[in-house]
Design a protein around this ligand. Structure first.
Ligand code: UDP
Ligand code: MG
Length: 323
């Protein structure tokens, strides 16, 4: 049975409606992995595709049962969760994460492997240029990577996506980190060990549209921030001190103005502005507090991270997802 084989390299690819890219992805990954001359597998995680990617993945497995292992979800669970499942099912001594749209060229993998053989545990690919993406995507991405670096304690490398190679030791630690709102690149940085970057040019999408609309990008950024930082909560404290300080300073100013016979700060407008401003600030922070509480609630429920409809191996093999 294929599941008993020793595998050196696992290539993990999350797939959400990528039917046009899949054959080319398989062809190029295969060519690169065969050139490395060690046993490998391609773990394709179908994240609830509706465009025929699922059937195509099953066909690829029939064609090449030795290498292709599809994990098919019961619905769309999101990119980071799909990658998580791929890591759970991967059996390799090194696990390579990449996207299905060939924006991460498989031809970079030998460079990652070379560093791994030198003894690095995480080899992440750094985008030195991004081709075929809108200025908006590049600008928001640049802003996001800088912000997350500033407000977290973990040294998350900038301009680095999930395209990376991870050693089994790192993968085993990651698999114990069962948090629900996942920001894998931050989690991998948190694990530590020897990490290094390799520059590459991010290619344009091979086919189809991005599966990360603005809405998903914002959720991703917010998950990243709340998973790794209390900065949004602490801002309430700073703003509280600031407005209290302003009030204390304002009291003598107003008293002096009155004594001097001035009519400054008379009337409803000032009161109204102050009440609305503080009311607004308080509601915003109540919302932020709510976001964190919601995340605690999600963790407490302790649901599985994903539901697999079709596992890659025979029924007898236990599901790798730990609780
Ligand atoms: N993806 C996924 N589930 C989702 C959204 C995306 O598995 O809900 C996969 C998608 O198929 C691709 C990868 O995640 O392999 C990255 O998505 P995409 O290329 O659309 O993101 P972008 O490169 O535009 O940031
Ligand atoms: Mg892409």
């Amino acid at each position: 049975m294929t599941s008993q084989r020793e595998v050196t390299f696992s290539v993990v690819v999350p797939v959400y409606n990528e039917v046009e890219s899949l054959p080319e992805l398989y062809r190029r990954v295969r060519a690169v992995m065969e050139s490395l001359g060690e046993p490998w597998e391609l773990v394709l995680v179908d994240d609830g595709s509706t465009d025929g990617s699922t059937e195509l993945m099953r066909r690829l497995r029939e064609q090449d049962p030795e290498h292709v292992r599809p994990v098919i979800f019961s619905r769309n669970f999101g990119h980071q969760i799909a990658v998580t499942a791929g890591i759970d099912y991967a059996r390799g001594k090194a696990v390579i994460l990449m996207d299905a749209d060939l924006q991460d060229p498989p031809e970079v993998i030998p460079q990652l492997v070379e560093k791994w053989r030198e003894g690095y545990h995480v080899v992440y690919a750094v985008r030195k240029a991004r081709e075929g993406e809108s200025w908006f995507k590049k600008a928001t991405a640049a802003l996001f990577y800088r912000l997350i670096r500033r407000i977290t304690d973990v040294d998350i490398p900038p301009d680095t996506g999930d395209f990376r190679l991870m050693d089994r030791r790192v993968v085993d630690v990651l698999r114990q980190m069962k948090e629900r709102h996942r920001f894998l690149r931050g989690m991998a940085a948190w694990v530590g060990f020897r990490q290094i970057g390799v520059p590459y040019v991010r290619a344009p999408r091979y086919a189809g549209e991005t599966k990360y609309p603005l809405r998903k990008m914002l959720k991703f950024a917010w998950d990243a921030i709340t998973s790794f930082s209390y900065a949004p909560l602490q801002m309430a404290t700073y703003l509280g001190f600031l407005s209290a300080g302003m009030a204390i300073l304002a009291i003598p100013v107003v008293v002096m103005a009155r004594l001097a016979g001035s009519h400054a700060f008379y009337g409803q407008a000032t009161t109204l502005i102050a009440v609305l401003f503080l009311g607004g600030v308080q509601l915003i922070f109540l919302g932020i507090l709510g976001e964190y509480i919601g995340r605690i609630y999600d963790e407490v429920k302790g649901r599985p991270l994903y539901v697999v409809a079709e596992a890659p191996d025979d029924e007898t093999s236990p599901p790798p997802q730990s609780k």
